[in-house]
Design a protein around this ligand. Structure first.
Ligand code: ZN
Length: 51
């Protein structure tokens, strides 16, 4: 893999990463849920999509 491809993958993962406002734990949401609120998999709190 070339470095550009690797940085593109890392950038995609970072966009899908969310931090729960309640328990402050990081988690990666599926790409299809990128624009939607998701439930924290640790405490169940709704996490709004990143702006
Ligand atoms: Zn949480």
């Amino acid at each position: 893999m070339n470095p550009f491809f690797i940085s593109t993958i890392i950038g995609t993962v970072l966009r899908l990463k969310r931090t729960c406002p309640k328990c402050k734990r990081d988690q990666v949401v599926s790409a299809g849920k990128r624009q939607e609120s998701v439930s924290c998999k640790f405490c169940g709190t709704d996490i709004p999509p990143n702006k």
